[in-house]
Write a protein of this length. Structure first.
Length: 270
């Protein structure tokens, strides 16, 4: 599943051709993805001007001058194609702009979603209502994590994946941030010291910023809107590197944790 950096990269790519332009034609090629398209989507978007694009957790936001925002989730395999040379059978939503661009939401597995929400009510939109702070925003602080982790016996890795604690963090980047902060993924949240949290918060931001700058990660189905794959995967320090050497002289191990694989170095992560 595309993670936060991939969604952020996608939104930035869409902004280059959508921001400020008017949608002159909107078409849906099937009734649903993971759930049905909004029944009024075509009517609501046709003729609307895109006034802003953004992201909340792993959702992309396309805001129009009609007081509505199209909220999209890429699911397992979704991606936006900009000015595609040829149509594809997995193109499910098509937007045409006044400047002549064509943007197509392509989703082979159809685990993605599209919703239409009143912009003023975005904070109460069900998937957003209970989300924690954005990891790249000012509300992710040492104090916030200290309060969220206080007296918790759940592993720090699982707490960071809890969207109520931090919005949008996924498995890859949590593994990487914990390694950089030298925190063992199995350590109970309540046992993570404030000093360790002071290392963790900037490392979360750093690994996400670096991935966004690099264009995301080369996961199997992910591509940026320009069709290029991201190149951050070559810089993973532990994720997917079981048995390989760590910079500290130890070796990367993998353990199952919460239905996912955790990669870490037992020598430098305590």
């Amino acid at each position: 599943m595309p993670e936060l950096p991939e969604v952020e990269t996608t939104v930035r790519g869409l902004a280059t051709v959508l921001a400020g332009d008017r949608l002159v034609r909107v078409a849906v090629n099937r009734p649903d993805l993971r759930r049905p398209f909004p029944v009024d989507l075509v009517q609501a978007l046709t003729g609307a001007r895109v006034v802003a694009l953004g992201r909340r957790a792993k959702y992309g936001l396309i805001q129009t001058d009609r007081g509505q925002t199209m909220v999209f989730h890429l699911g397992m395999s979704g991606r936006w194609r900009i000015d595609p040379a040829m149509p594809d059978r997995h193109d499910h939503l098509r937007l045409e702009t006044g400047r002549g661009h064509v943007l197509v939401l392509n989703d082979a597995r159809r685990f993605g979603s599209v919703d239409l929400v009143d912009t003023a009510a975005l904070n109460t939109f069900a998937p957003f209502a209970a989300l924690g702070p954005e990891p790249l925003g000012p509300d992710l602080t040492v104090g916030h994590l200290a309060r969220a982790f206080a007296d918790r016996i759940a592993a720090v890795k699982l707490l960071l994946l809890d969207q109520h604690v931090v919005a949008g963090l996924g498995n890859i980047y949590v593994c990487e941030a914990l390694h950089r902060a030298r925190i063992h993924p199995l350590r109970a949240g309540g046992q993570v010291s404030r000093a360790a949290l002071s290392r963790l918060v900037p490392e979360i931001r750093a690994v996400l910023d670096e991935a966004i700058t690099a264009g995301g990660s080369t996961l199997r189905d992910y591509a940026r809107p320009d069709g290029e794959l991201g190149y951050f995967a070559k810089d993973w320090r532990v994720y997917g590197r079981e048995g390989e050497p760590c910079h500290c002289g130890g070796h990367v191990e993998r353990i199952p944790q919460g239905g996912r694989s955790s990669f870490f170095c037992p020598r430098c992560q305590k």
